[in-house]
Design a protein around this ligand. Structure first.
Ligand code: ADP
Ligand code: CDP
Length: 219
């Protein structure tokens, strides 16, 4: 049985959309690992903790009650009884999540939580370190990429469609800043996992990317 298909890559490379498509096609459980880093960040913000204060963030994370379950084919979590969804996408979380995700204790907590999800069944898990750290033995590893300009435009269009008041150049700057933090941090930086298939989606449709992954898994 396949434990986990690992899909890594930078922001707005298509990981979430492609992973959901692959999970639906194969009947696997979809897992958004970034949501957990966002969850830790959101919990800190709502408790009034400064996201740059590592000790406080760790304390806040460990003192919260976390529960994991599967809903509509996806792994979901609650924090102190609340299930944040839209809250995780807000600007405040987006601006601080890469700093929070650079804290080694936060990464340890999230990685262990993610690994425990294999008890639910076969997973399609997307993130930054799934093929390198969370499931390094997976035979199915993919690294999605796309040009930064294309990724920033995708994210911008998505935010505008969601009714957010955003400026294209600010989205571009925020994405570049997060790319830099994610790829240069000391603990588990974003790199292509050994053995991963790199897919550049700059000029591919979503359907083409999903099919490329599904075909590789089905052999
Ligand atoms: P990530 O999870 O890597 O941040 P998403 O899956 O959220 O990326 O994709 C960001 C946006 O880009 C979404 O609105 C999605 O529909 C769009 N998108 C993703 N892949 C493609 C693609 N190959 N072609 C066009 N749009 C895409
Ligand atoms: O959707 P997007 O790619 O913009 O972000 P995300 O997948 O929700 O991840 C948000 C942030 O969490 C990233 O910028 C990383 O800092 C961190 N993250 C990580 O460090 N490792 C992962 N496996 C997933 C996310």
């Amino acid at each position: 049985m396949v434990k986990a298909i690992a899909i890594d890559g930078p922001s707005a490379s298509g990981k979430s959309t492609v992973s959901k498509g692959v999970a639906a096609e194969l009947g696997f459980i979809y897992v958004d690992s970034g949501a957990l880093y966002r969850g830790v960040t959101w919990q800190a913000i709502r408790k009034g903790v400064d996201a740059k204060d590592s000790a406080e963030v760790i304390d806040c994370m460990l003192n919260a009650e976390w529960d994991f379950f599967v809903q509509d084919g996806a792994a979901v979590f609650s924090i102190d009884g609340d299930v944040p969804v839209q809250e995780l996408r807000g600007k405040d979380v987006r601006e601080s999540v890469a700093d929070v995700a650079s804290i080694p204790e936060v990464r340890k907590f999230v990685v262990e939580s993610l690994q425990s999800l294999e008890n639910f069944g076969s997973l399609v898990m997307e993130g930054r370190d799934i093929g390198t750290v969370v499931f390094p033995d997976s035979p199915y590893k993919f690294y999605l990429d796309a040009d930064p300009e294309e990724r920033a435009m995708r994210r911008y269009r998505e935010l505008v469609a969601a009714g957010e008041d955003e400026k294209a150049h600010e989205v571009m700057e925020s994405l570049k800043k997060r790319d830099k933090i994610d790829s240069t941090r000391k603990t588990d930086p974003l790199v292509v996992a050994p053995g991963a298939q790199v897919i550049d989606s700059t000029s591919m449709t979503l359907e083409e990317v999903v099919q490329t992954v599904v075909d590789a898994v089905k052999g």
